[in-house]
Design a protein around this ligand. Structure first.
Ligand SMILES: Cc1cc2nc3c(=O)[nH]c(=O)nc-3n(C[C@H](O)[C@H](O)[C@H](O)COP(=O)(O)OP(=O)(O)OC[C@H]3O[C@@H](n4cnc5c(N)ncnc54)[C@H](O)[C@@H]3O)c2cc1C
Length: 345
């Protein structure tokens, strides 16, 4: 019997692990991956973070290097591993949780290895679980190569011909810019793209966000609501240049497909050889299926700052769990500390 079981050893699970260690409680962090940092390691090769090093650190360990420079995804992967080692966090890898049940005051956590019992469970399985791909993708013929952004690594995976990237978020814009260096590239987006530089003067954009209160705005504040409504801009002038200089051709929202054709709004049809779906992710909390009233009908947790409706069950790392930074490296420590203070009480 453990006091607390944490599911997930990404930045969220490790941050709460750091604080749990300080409480002296008996706890364990379970993760189905083979190594810590694997989630970051498996993201596309050219990924460079939009948060500078100063804003990419977890509590208790500063990410080395110029605080205004931008880390690569592999630097973060290595950093997370070092973090777990430095604080000797009790992580059990290769352990997939497939069911969590509550009987009386205690939880039973079933995994592909052992069964565990705990008084508290903290779900830190990340906001990006399953690729979300539009239904019409299945109308495309097998002549078209389709990849979700989570499967994309680099342009060598593509077959000959043009590329349509669907989704105008940061991943979509970055991937489109990369492939446009060697291919005719379209970027399908339902909204007008807004751009923001990564630095102003010598300071990273996140330094300015911090100073003007964007990072500390809560989800229910006026500023927080406005930022949520607007969504993230595209970070980086290099992306803006590539897109505005028309290396990447912007097209409207993709809404249907047939054979090798994709239909996009305000445009005719595009004959396409490669499609990259940068269309986001779906949550997956199937392992909580036996616990009623904890997941809403859209599949998202019902909670207040990570505290669920079920005693002893918590979430960490949800987008806008409390602030913009809740699902970012910079903000996770703040939410983890809040949960620990709650658990202490
Ligand atoms: C392309 C991209 C770029 C990003 N850029 C930035 C950036 O610049 N700056 C920034 O701060 N953030 C960025 N993020 C966002 C964010 O930092 C990451 O998504 C981060 O990985 C989330 O951390 P997490 O710990 O919540 O989840 P994850 O890192 O996803 O970790 C969750 C862990 O839970 C484990 N797990 C899941 N289900 C189970 C289960 N059933 N049983 C056991 N283990 C399980 C997984 O194996 C995984 O190790 C980016 C995200 C993406 C996708």
């Amino acid at each position: 019997m453990y006091n607390t079981i944490v599911v997930g050893a990404g930045q969220a699970g490790l941050s709460i692990g750091y604080y749990l260690k300080k409480t002296g409680r008996d706890y364990l962090i379970l993760d189905m991956n083979q190594e810590i940092g694997q989630v970051w390691r498996e993201r596309y090769d050219s990924l460079i973070l939009f948060t500078s090093k100063q804003y990419s650190s977890l509590p208790g360990l500063t990410l080395e290097g110029d605080p205004n420079s931008l880390p690569t995804k592999d630097e973060i992967s290595t950093y997370l591993k070092r973090y777990a080692e430095m604080y000797d966090l009790p992580v059990k890898l290769n352990t997939e949780v497939y069911q969590i049940k509550k009987t009386g005051k205690y939880f039973t956590i079933s995994t592909n290895q052992l069964e565990y019992k705990a008084k508290n469970v903290i779900i830190a399985t990340g906001p990006f679980q399953h690729p979300k791909i539009p239904v019409f993708a299945k109308n495309l013929s097998s002549d078209v190569l389709q990849l979700h952004s989570s499967e994309y690594r680099n342009p060598t995976q593509l077959i000959e011909g043009n590329v349509l990237v669907v989704g105008g978020g940061n991943s979509g814009a970055q991937i489109a810019t990369e492939v446009s260096k060697e291919r005719t590239t379209y970027l399908s987006t339902s909204q007008k793209l807004r751009y923001m530089p990564l630095h102003i003067g010598k300071r990273s954009m996140f330094w300015w966000f911090d100073k003007i209160g964007i990072l500390s705005a809560s989800s229910s504040s006026f500023l927080g609501k406005r930022i949520q409504k607007q969504g993230d801009p595209i970070f980086g002038n290099d992306l803006k240049e590539a897109i505005v200089e028309k290396n990447v051709k912007i097209v409207g929202r993709a809404f249907d497909a047939k054979g090798t054709t994709v239909f996009v709004k305000e445009q005719d049809q595009l004959k396409i050889q490669n499609v990259i779906w940068a269309t986001g992710f779906k949550p997956d909390y199937e392992f909580l299926g036996t616990i009623e009233g904890v997941i809403n009908h859209h599949g998202f947790p019902i909670h207040k700052r990570g505290i669920s409706t079920i005693e002893g069950l918590f979430f960490l790392g949800l987008p806008w769990q409390h602030r913009r930074g809740s699902a970012l490296l910079q903000g996770i420590g703040y939410d983890a500390k809040f949960l620990i203070n709650h658990l202490r009480q």
